[in-house]
Design a protein. Sequence first.
Length: 334
Amino acid sequence: MESLDLRVLADALAWKQAGHGVSLVTVVQTWGSAPRPPGALLAVRADGVVSGSVSGGCVEDDLISRARAALAAGAHDEAAARPDMIVYGVDPDEAARFGLPCGGTLRLVQEPLRDAGWIVQLLARTAEHRLVARTLDLATGAVSLADAVRGQGLVLDEQAQRLTTVFGPRWRLLVIGAGQLSQALAQMAGLLDFEVLVCDPRAEYVLDLPGVQRLPGMPDDVVRELLPDAHTAIVALTHDPKLDDLALLEALKSAAFYVGALGSRRNQAARKQRLAEHFDLSAEELARLHGPVGLAIGAKTPAEIAVAILAEIVQVKNAAGARASMTPGCTTVA
């Protein structure tokens, strides 16, 4: 689950607490070239204000009308306040009418938000970097939460009339170093919806950007205290072995999905030799180190290098997500 969808839930919670009627729409299945994946969310307020997207704009206008009508009807009829299944693009003509690319089809569940208490619990759990499975009873609208495991995906059990979606913690990027490259990387990572953390004990390096948190202390201590999980990427950019190496030692032994370090091929070889000889890192742990960091795009400037680094991080992140979705025993509707 993208953190974009967590923000949709946060908006829905705020609207509900302010006394507005709110409807949630979830992408359940897609066929063809659908622009938003299963699990994507749209929240519609009773006055037509929206948060999120389920189709990139193709069907939103029609959905807003449907959701507002359902909220108005549900205020007087309990049966109308129950979840409803909606399908767009069942034939080429309808797909063309709604602008769905390549004749794509969307299957959605629309549910009036009756009780927002589960959103409070879900946001609290994901803030603790926990995976949460949310199950919606399609017959009654009741919602239950349970712990989820990595690789668990969206499941629609039509026989039991249950829809289960998984919400995960926000992706994090810890940058070791606060130089010019780190500033460019932090800004771009924020645009890609990462929670950006920066650690640099050197007082002369100042990084003050909106939405970027600077963590005090030595990098290795910060990495250890952060408890990196499979939603965490760590990049060492100080070019100072006294700072980078100890941080990498902790990072490579953690569950972080990506660990990278700035430096030439020769510097990386020397770094790996140091880490192997002095810090007892295994060959498997050392193999996790991405270096020279970033995709080989001929980057020269700090901004170009930041693009290369983020491109590699996204590549690794998305590849890990694709592998997780194919985990045996997990039924994912897509």
